[in-house]
Design a protein around this ligand. Structure first.
Ligand code: SF4
Length: 306
């Protein structure tokens, strides 16, 4: 770490104290940003932590929908997203208006919405899910037909675990879609002892070759197991920093140098400092949307589960 980073970290720590702020950092963030986290985790874990904290300001180091989810759960806190351009291309593949049209085509269907979506889309949905609890959420519903938005690959994965009819929205994560089955085959040849663990946002052909299909929080738990010494990590590369820090002596092999989410990398130490200095950019969900979106999030939280 250079002198510049040390200076920045000191300034961030002082301002954090002064403003009664907490720094929440997603597993895919840059290593130096992960290292200043008060909490690190997946989007839902972070929002749940946000709801519990006594801090009055949340600096959310992630992408826009995550900061929105924190604002949905904690309307009284100031939620800062250090770079407003940090969006999620998958969340942007659907709008509330297009979802309303889809609902008209399938009036009997229940809408399950992956948390990687805007507050407006959540507000149009019956219930949310995460990559960790999607199967449990779908199975819990008293409905035969499910409109699943916006991730077709997570939706497809769920469809292999349920007998319900799944209508899949054609969205996808461009970062996970770059992971190809040929690469998994190559890595299996090169590291025959390694467990191959992939995220359910990956393509079905990739999932078919994996030993485990896990969310990022699931991957972090799995890596702690004594019988796991070597792991091929089939998700965004940022998580490798956390896995190596938490599991010294174990080997973590990134699936591909291309598995990088450029939006996640927009947040830097400088931007964290500026956001605290200026208390900006702030993410705030309008109350009417917030209440409807919160109903969908709350229904999921009641179900809980991995
Ligand atoms: S990794 Fe994929 S799903 Fe996550 S923020 Fe980036 S584009 Fe969106």
């Amino acid at each position: 770490m250079g002198n510049r980073d040390i200076e920045l970290i000191k300034k961030i720590a002082a301002l954090k104290k002064k403003k009664n702020a907490v720094i929440l950092v997603h597993n895919y963030q840059l290593g130096e940003v992960q290292d200043i986290a008060d909490f690190i985790g997946d989007s839902l874990e972070l929002s749940q932590n946000a709801a519990k904290t006594n801090a009055s300001v949340i600096v959310f180091c992630g992408v826009h929908f995550m900061a929105e989810t924190a604002s949905i759960l904690c309307p009284d806190k100031v939620v800062l997203l250090p770079d407003m351009n940090a969006g999620c291309p998958m969340a942007n593949m659907i709008t509330a208006e297009r979802l309303r049209e889809k609902k008209k085509e399938h009036p009997q269907a229940v809408v399950v919405c992956y948390v990687n979506s805007s507050a407006e889309v959540k507000a149009e949905s019956d219930i949310c899910c995460t990559s960790a609890n999607a199967v449990k959420v779908v199975e819990s519903l008293d409905a035969r037909e499910i409109i699943f938005v916006p991730d077709q690959y997570l939706g497809h994965y769920v469809s292999t675990k349920t007998s319900k009819k799944m209508i899949l929205w054609p969205g996808f994560c461009p970062t996970h879609a770059r992971i190809k089955p040929e690469r998994i085959k190559e890595l299996k040849r090169d590291y025959p002892q390694a467990r191959v663990v992939v995220h359910p946002e990956c393509r079905p052909e990739v999932i078919a070759l994996a030993d485990e299909v896990l969310s990022t929080s699931g991957m972090c738990r799995y890596a702690r197991r004594d019988d796991v010494r070597e792991m091929v990590v089939g998700t965004e590369m940022g998580i490798i920093h956390r896995l190596r820090r938490e599991n010294p002596g174990k080997r973590f092999i990134p699936i591909s140098e291309q598995a990088i989410c450029p939006n996640m990398k927009l947040i830097t130490l400088e931007k964290v400092l500026w956001s605290l200095e200026e208390m900006n950019p702030e993410v705030k969900v309008p109350e009417e949307i917030r209440l409807r979106a919160k109903a969908a999030v709350d229904k999921m939280l009641k179900i809980g589960g991995k």
